[in-house]
Design a protein around this ligand. Structure first.
Ligand SMILES: O=P(O)(O)OC[C@H]1O[C@H](O[C@H]2O[C@H](CO)[C@@H](O)[C@H](O)[C@H]2O)[C@H](O)[C@@H](O)[C@@H]1O
Length: 268
């Protein structure tokens, strides 16, 4: 398991687990989904969590204050992957959706984009020949070029032109560009809001959108010296060093995340 210390935040895994055990009931664990709990697959609809992950998350939820998945996927997709989990909270579409008492609750400002996004997805299907994969997510459209990286510029240009014309926002990811509603919402905002009463929090991420969540931990530490935040990157060679260099530790893969949590649970 590769672990790279972040020089500006000299926290080791041992230190972080000790803090967590000491403040267990006021600790939250946040996880991104793709690339963190689930290995990257060519077909986004085929993604599944690492086999050990659901049970490990449930065990963790029994030990700490809160466990949550904060993903760019819709909540319904996450529910399909974690059907048996009862104690893990789900935030979808960067926090535009949250699962609350069994219902998907959507930020009201995003609702007006449901129909335009359906139209946009149909337009993208017509405009971008396969193997570009158009992923329609109800309130956003992701254009994947993993199967044809040589067409990245074409896909990016189409997305940017379309976003400008329709007044939409753009989010880049791993071999993907996504068109989103121009609603002020990101993973960092989810974390900031969810941390109100927390004394300790961990965030596990692998992509550019996760850096905002790391930043939210740092921002909380800056105003609350009693708060301890631990940012964990899951390594990949697609986002380069940017995510790892913003984190306290880097783990090698989603399987390494499961192993890291399994070991951590022995400390309680
Ligand atoms: O916030 P996340 O849960 O990490 O979601 C980020 C994006 O994940 C998915 O795309 C990525 O994973 C796919 C499956 O491994 C892979 O094929 C693709 O290249 C990756 O970009 C998802 O399909 C996107 O909608 C999410 O934005």
């Amino acid at each position: 398991m590769a672990e790279t210390p972040r020089p500006t935040h000299p926290a080791t895994a041992d230190h972080a687990w000790a803090r967590t055990v000491e403040h267990a009931s006021r600790t939250t664990f946040f996880f991104d989904f793709d690339g963190v709990l689930s290995p990257v697959t060519k077909d986004p609809s085929a993604s599944q969590p690492v086999a050990e992950v659901p049970a490990v998350l449930e065990r963790l939820a029994a030990r700490v204050g809160r466990v949550a998945i904060v993903s760019a996927r819709p909540v319904d997709f996450l529910r399909s992957r974690f059907a048996g989990l009862e104690h893990v909270d789900l935030f979808g579409l960067y926090g535009l959706e949250v699962l609350h008492e069994g219902e998907v609750v959507t930020k009201p400002a995003a609702l007006e984009f449901e129909r335009p996004m359906a139209e946009l997805a149909a337009e993208a299907q017509d405009a971008l020949a396969k193997p570009v994969f158009v992923e329609y997510k109800r309130l956003s459209v992701a254009l994947h070029y993993r199967e044809c990286p040589e067409r990245a510029a074409e896909v990016e240009q189409w997305a940017h032109e379309r976003a400008e014309r329709a007044g939409l926002a753009i989010q880049r990811g791993r071999m993907v560009v996504e068109l989103k509603p121009p609603v002020d919402q990101d993973k960092g905002m989810v974390i900031t809001e969810a941390l109100r009463d927390a004394g300790c929090a961990w965030y596990f991420g692998d992509d550019m959108s996760d850096i905002k969540a790391f930043d939210a931990l740092r921002a909380r530490e800056a105003v609350d010296p009693g708060f301890f935040g631990m940012a964990i990157a899951v390594a990949n060679d697609e986002t380069g060093a940017e995510v790892s260099s913003a984190a306290d530790l880097t783990l090698a893969s989603p399987a390494a995340v499961a192993a890291f949590l399994t070991e951590g649970l022995t400390r309680f």
